[in-house]
Design a protein around this ligand. Structure first.
Ligand code: 6PG
Length: 479
C-alpha cells in the first residue's frame, strides 16, 4: 500500500456503504472492511470514479495498517453486542490514541460505558437514512472534545449544510451524541404519529383515498409545516403498488416496526422526570399497532366506532393548524428533556446548536428548526412554546388542535399523540392545577406532607395527622 487512508470504516451495509462513498466523494481516502470478506473489493469495483479513494481491506489487521496514524475508524454496524465485539477485536490492533467512532444508533448508556474502556472513543449519531449518509447526514458527536476536533474536518465535510453551515457538531461529553440522536428519534416518532393521525382523519373521517390525501400533504409542505416528514408522507400517499395497481398505502400492513430509540427516549425521560407525553403516546401507538390480532378481536367484540365526519368538520386547513400546534408541543418536550439531561449528566448540550444541526440532513429537518434555534438562543432554559415566536403560533393554532382532538375523539378516531400534545398544552397553561388533591391524598395515607398556599411552609399535614398521633381522637381521619 503506497498511501494510507485518512479514515477507516467497518461495516459496508446500506448506511456504511453510503457514508464511505460520501467520505470518498469529499476527497478523503478511506479504508474499508466488512465481515463478508469479498464485499470491500466488490464495493470498490462498484464505486466508479470514487474507487481511487477507497482502500479495500481483507482483514481487520489490514484495515488498521491501511490507515494513517493517529487512526480514526468508524463503526457502522448493528447496535448492541456487535459493537462491543468489534471494539474488543479492534482495540488490541490499535494504539491508545487511535479513535473508534461508533456511528450506529447506540444506546447512549452503552456509549458512556464504552468510553470508560481503553483508547479513544466517540459516539456519533447519524441521521438521514441512506440518502443522508450518501449526500449529507446530520451528525451528532459525543465524547472528548479533542477527539471530536480531530475528525471534525472530515465529518463537517460529509455532513448536510444549512446555508453553508455544516450540520455536524460536538454535542457534549460521553454519550451526549447518541443521547441527542435518541431524542431526535423520539421527536421523529411523535412527529410521524401526529402525521399518521391526520391521515387517519382524512381517510376514515372524510373517506378520502390515498391519492386524494397526497395533495393535502403536498400543500402543507409549502407552508409552516414544510418538512421532510410531511414531504415524504405526501409521496407515500401518492405511491402506487406495482403488483396490484392499488394505492401503496392500502396494501401496507398497519403494524409499525421500531428498533428501540423511541422507547429509550421515553425510558430516559422518565428517569429524568422530563415530561415527553407526545413521544410516549407515539411509542405506545406503535406498540398497539403491532397487536393486530388483539385489535381484530376488539373490533369483532365492540364493533368499529362509526368514524365518518360531517362534511364540514375538520377540513384540511384546520388539521394543518392542529399539526402545527402539536408539532410545537413535541419539540418543546424534546428540548426540555435535553435540557434536563444536561443538568443531570453535567453535559454541555448546547440547545440552539442542537436545533441548528437538525435543520438539514436529518429525518426531522423542517422549516421550523431554524426558528427553534433562534428561540433557544434567546433563552435555552425557557420552554420553547413560551418563546414569543412559538407562543404566537400556539395562540393561533391551539383552538384547531382542541377542535381536532374533540371532534376526532367524538367520532372514534384515535388521536393519541395529538391529544397528549393538547393535554400538555393545557397543563402547561394552568397556574393552579389539581395536584393539591394528590398531595392531600398522599398526606392522608402516608403523612408525606404538603406545602401551604398561604404561608409557603412545607412539610405540613392535614387534621388526620393529629388522629394518627392520638388514635382516641376521631375528628380527623375516618376509617
Ligand atoms: C434517522 C432515523 C434512523 C432510524 C430509522 C428507523 O435519523 O436516520 O431515525 O436512525 O433507524 O428511522 O427507526 P425505527 O425502526 O425505530 O422506526
Amino acid at each position: 500500500m503506497d498511501h494510507k487512508a485518512q479514515i477507516g470504516l467497518v461495516g459496508l451495509g446500506t448506511m456504511g456503504a453510503a457514508l464511505s462513498l460520501n467520505i470518498a466523494e469529499k476527497g478523503f481516502d478511506i479504508a474499508v472492511w466488512n465481515r463478508k470478506s469479498d464485499r470491500p473489493h466488490q464495493f470498490r469495483k462498484e464505486a466508479g470514479p470514487l474507487a481511487e479513494r477507497i482502500i479495500p481491506s481483507n482483514t481487520l489487521e489490514e484495515l488498521v495498517a491501511n490507515i494513517a496514524r493517529p487512526r480514526a475508524i468508524i463503526l457502522m454496524i448493528p447496535a448492541g453486542d456487535p459493537v462491543d465485539e468489534m471494539i474488543s477485536r479492534l482495540r488490541p490492533l490499535l494504539e491508545d490514541d487511535d479513535l473508534i467512532i461508533d456511528a450506529g444508533n447506540a444506546n447512549f448508556h452503552d456509549t458512556t460505558r464504552r468510553m470508560g474502556g481503553p483508547g479513544a472513543f466517540l459516539g456519533m449519531g447519524v441521521s438521514g437514512g441512506e440518502e443522508g449518509a450518501r449526500h449529507g447526514p446530520a451528525i451528532m458527536g459525543g465524547g472528548r472534545r479533542e477527539d471530536w476536533d480531530r475528525v471534525a474536518p472530515i465529518l463537517e465535510a460529509i455532513s448536510a449544510k444549512y446555508e453553508g453551515e455544516p450540520c455536524a457538531a460536538w454535542m457534549g461529553e460521553a454519550g451526549a451524541g447518541h443521547f441527542v440522536k435518541t431524542v431526535h428519534n423520539g421527536i421523529e416518532y411523535a412527529d410521524m404519529q401526529m402525521i399518521a393521525e391526520t391521515y387517519g382523519i382524512l381517510r376514515d373521517g372524510h373517506g378520502m383515498s390515498a391519492p386524494e390525501i397526497a395533495p393535502v400533504f403536498k400543500g402543507w409542505n409549502e407552508g409552516v409545516l414544510q418538512s421532510y416528514l410531511i414531504e415524504i408522507s405526501g409521496k407515500v400517499a401518492a405511491a402506487t403498488d406495482g403488483a396490484t395497481g392499488q394505492p401503496l398505502l392500502d396494501i401496507i400492513v398497519d403494524a409499525a416496526g421500531q428498533k428501540g430509540t423511541g422507547r429509550w427516549t421515553v425510558i430516559e425521560a422518565q428517569h429524568l422526570a422530563a415530561p415527553v407525553p407526545a413521544i410516549e403516546a407515539a411509542v405506545v401507538a406503535r406498540n398497539l399497532s403491532a397487536r393486530i390480532d388483539e385489535r381484530a378481536t376488539g373490533e369483532a367484540l365492540f364493533g368499529a366506532a362509526p368514524k365518518p365526519l360531517p362534511a364540514e368538520a375538520l377540513p384540511p386547513e384546520l388539521l394543518e393548524e392542529a399539526l402545527i400546534c402539536g408539532k410545537i408541543m413535541c419539540y418543546a418536550q424534546g428540548f426540555t428533556m435535553i435540557s434536563a439531561a444536561a443538568k443531570a449528566f453535567g453535559w454541555t448540550l448546547d440547545l440552539p446548536a442542537i436545533a441548528r444541526v437538525w435543520r438539514e440532513g436529518c429525518i426531522i429537518r423542517s422549516a421550523m428548526l431554524n426558528d427553534m434555534a433562534e428561540a433557544l438562543a434567546e433563552d435555552p432554559e425557557r420552554n420553547l412554546m413560551f418563546a414569543p415566536f412559538f407562543a404566537a403560533h400556539v395562540t393561533r393554532t391551539q383552538r384547531a388542535l382542541r377542535e381536532v382532538v374533540s371532534v376526532a375523539t367524538a367520532h372514534g378516531l384515535a388521536v393519541p399523540a395529538l391529544s397528549s400534545g393538547l393535554a400538555y398544552f393545557d397543563q402547561m397553561r394552568t397556574g393552579r392545577g389539581t395536584a393539591n388533591m394528590i398531595q392531600g391524598q398522599r398526606d392522608f395515607f402516608g403523612l408525606h406532607g404538603f406545602a401551604r398556599m398561604d404561608d409557603g411552609s412545607t412539610g405540613q399535614h392535614g387534621p388526620w395527622a393529629d388522629a394518627a398521633a392520638n388514635p382516641e381522637d376521631t375528628s380527623g381521619k375516618q376509617g
